[in-house]
Design a protein around this ligand. Structure first.
Ligand SMILES: [Zn+2]
Length: 104
């Protein structure tokens, strides 16, 4: 029995198993087409995850901007909270983008 890397999730699995126990990616030559569609689905799910993270970071940023420059304009702690939210949102957005680029 040899250990191979799963083509979808890169986990070490037995070369004899018919599918990956971690991500259920089908293995073996007979399953090339199924494996292809599995990989495609995983890639789409990954992109959707990144889009969700990006949306949350942007929401945090715009929410912070609204609080800092509009809703809490005369309330110092709200302005501060808004600025912190903007900073966290911006850093998260850049972090997600960098993660997305480097994980390709
Ligand atoms: Zn796997």
């Amino acid at each position: 029995m040899a250990l191979i890397a799963c083509p979808a999730c890169n986990k070490r699995i037995s070369s004899r198993s018919s599918s990956c126990p971690a991500c259920h990616c089908p293995l073996g030559d007979a399953d090339l087409e199924r494996r292809d569609s599995h990989l495609r689905i995983q890639r789409i799910q990954r992109q959707q995850r990144f889009m969700l993270w990006n949306a949350m970071a942007l929401l945090l940023f715009t929410g912070g901007a609204a609080l800092a420059f509009w809703l809490g304009i005369d309330v110092p702690w709200q302005v501060l909270t808004g600025q912190v939210m903007m900073a966290v949102g911006l850093i998260s957005y850049l972090g997600v983008r960098a993660w997305q680029i480097f994980s390709k």
